[in-house]
Design a binder for this molecule. Structure first.
Ligand SMILES: C[S@@+](CC[C@H](N)C(=O)[O-])C[C@H]1O[C@@H](n2cnc3c(N)ncnc32)[C@H](O)[C@@H]1O
Length: 508
């Protein structure tokens, strides 16, 4: 998606489907605006589908496209098409204040940071954005979609109209999500907000979650700060409603209502794993009685002893709901807490010290500022919690929220990398009860109602802390808890877990 104009011309068939949908929704309005019309595929289709259209207005920056679009004009419609820049143009000129306005089109698919990489001049001009509704939320972010900025600029004008008007644009899903997210704090007052997902791979050969975002203003409905999600290819079937449920931003409003009784800020101390930025030398494999690092160097036990070596679990390992007994990787753990002096390793394990010294250059070239002014061979994401023998872990990155139990291996607790979140326990039974509750129906439904799986890290510490495992255990039948891969837990195990951790304000 890397071109300076975010240029993806809409296939005629898609433009037609979009217009037919808008017509069926009652948006067959007199003035139709195509804000960045490109070759004019929407402009061409509008008179084919819409019966009431009298004027079509719009903008396009690239002259060749502009000229091509002009050839699509017809006699019975008034056109005002400008070869101009959205960011400096007076958008008010596109609207007819005396009638209903429909904005329809496909805004550029490009982000502010992509534009700065191209050193592009095609960026919002600062002077134009002051006072824009929702502007603070948008520009507070270091990166945003240009389509989000353009949508807000158009919404800003629509909000000043008294007539029923609609913006219906093809955008990435994230644009729609961002807009609904900050609506309660803005002075944007829609009457209805829907998205119709499209297959961007098929339509544009782009791998992105994208939709037709339709926001209606001055309609009859009372807006409840939620968005109805449909598929453009099956627009009558509601998939879900996402958005605001009181003060919570949720991915499924109905499901959230059913499971919100398990949503409380708890004291479970979710942690992420170790960070060292030197995987080539810190991460090891075990093969044929030898340690092998990422440089393919091999070490016998008398060349590198195991005193500071721990089993390691990475995101890709916690995908299966399982009790981990086989470990693919190991990690050298140089500290027991952040910033701890590491020089004692020289005496405690000379082979480890020699190994670290031999690979010093890999540590010295670590760029992240967290390593500056820290002892040699430092790592982060380490503390007492790292050495808890039993852990219940989840990858922050994978789509399905699967919780695994990590028992120790050869008396060494398993470590995780920093894309994995975990809670530590002192015994296996507590870990199994905790994981069984999290893998059970109630926790899974609560999690799915809160998360958008298209985000990069759907599961965060903040989200995990909200799952009230004790309430779930108190209200769940023992048979529902025993998920297949886990060893059986008894009612006694669950009761003693509840007794131990209920009201415990210091869950390590
Ligand atoms: C995703 S394409 C869509 C084109 C057309 N709306 C369609 O649906 O086929 C985005 C269009 O925005 C135009 N564009 C990009 N930046 C612009 C700007 N600052 N002002 C006006 N048009 C711009 C591009 O040239 C391109 O034609």
């Amino acid at each position: 998606m890397a071109n300076e104009y975010g240029d993806y011309q809409t296939p005629t068939s898609l433009a037609k489907t979009v217009l037919e949908l808008l017509k069926s929704e009652g948006y067959d309005f007199e003035n139709i605006i195509e804000p960045t019309f490109g070759k004019g595929n929407f402009i061409d289709e509008i008179p084919e589908v819409m019966s009431n259209v009298r004027s079509i207005r719009g903008l396009e920056l690239q002259p060749d496209y502009y000229n091509e679009a002009l050839t699509k004009e017809r006699n019975d419609i008034k056109y005002e098409l400008y070869n101009d820049d959205f960011f400096i143009f007076d958008l008010n000129k596109l609207f007819d204040k005396s009638t209903n306005n429909l904005i329809v089109g496909n805004l550029p698919w490009v982000t502010a940071s992509q534009l700065s990489r191209f050193e592009s001049k095609n960026i919002p001009k600062k002077s134009n954005i002051k006072g824009l509704k929702g502007y603070d939320a948008l520009t507070g972010k270091s990166n945003f979609d240009i389509a989000e900025y353009m949508s807000l600029s158009l919404i800003n004008v629509i909000s000043s109209l008294n007539t029923k008007s609609v913006i219906a644009v093809l955008v990435k899903d994230i644009v729609a999500k961002n807009i609904i997210r900050y609506i309660p704090d803005s002075n944007i007052y829609p009457s209805k907000f829907s998205i119709y997902t499209i297959n961007a791979k098929k339509e544009f050969n782009v791998s992105a979650d994208a939709c037709l975002m339709v926001i209606e203003f001055n309609g009859d409905e009372k807006f409840d700060n939620t968005v109805g999600e449909y598929s453009l290819y099956n627009p009558d079937k509601l998939i879900r409603r996402f958005g605001w449920s009181n003060d919570n931003f949720v991915s499924d409003v109905k499901e959230y209502k059913d499971y919100s009784i398990y949503d409380h800020i708890t004291n479970w101390n979710w942690r992420s794993g170790v960070k060292h930025d030197a995987s080539k030398v810190m991460e090891l494999k075990r093969d044929d009685g030898k340690w092998i690092n990422g440089l393919k160097e091999e070490y016998n036990d008398n060349e590198l002893d195991s005193k500071y070596i721990y089993p390691l679990v990475k995101s890709s390992d916690v995908r299966k709901q399982d009790i981990h007994t086989k470990f693919r990787k190991y990690v050298i753990v140089t500290q027991a807490k952040p910033r701890e002096d590491t020089s004692h390793i020289e005496e405690d394990s000379p082979t480890t010290w020699n190994y670290l010294i031999k690979h010093k250059q890999y540590f010295d070239k670590r760029r992240s500022s967290i390593y500056k002014n820290s002892p040699e061979f430092s790592m982060f994401g380490i503390g007492d919690y790292s050495f808890k023998p039993y852990k219940v872990a989840i990858s922050g990155m994978y789509k399905s929220p699967i919780f695994s139990v990590l028992p120790p291996k050869d008396d060494k607790p398993a470590m995780t990398d920093d894309t994995v979140y975990f809670v530590g326990f002192d015994n296996m039974t507590d870990a199994v009860v905790f994981a069984a509750a999290l893998n059970g129906d109630k926790a899974q439904k609560l999690i799915s109602s809160l998360t958008f799986t298209d985000s990069k890290r759907p599961y965060t510490k903040d989200l995990l802390k909200r799952i009230d495992v004790i309430s779930i255990l108190k209200t769940t039948d023992i048979d529902e808890l025993n998920t297949s891969a886990f060893s059986k837990v008894t009612k006694n195990d669950v009761d003693s877990f509840i007794n131990k951790y209920d009201n415990d304000l210091s869950l390590f």
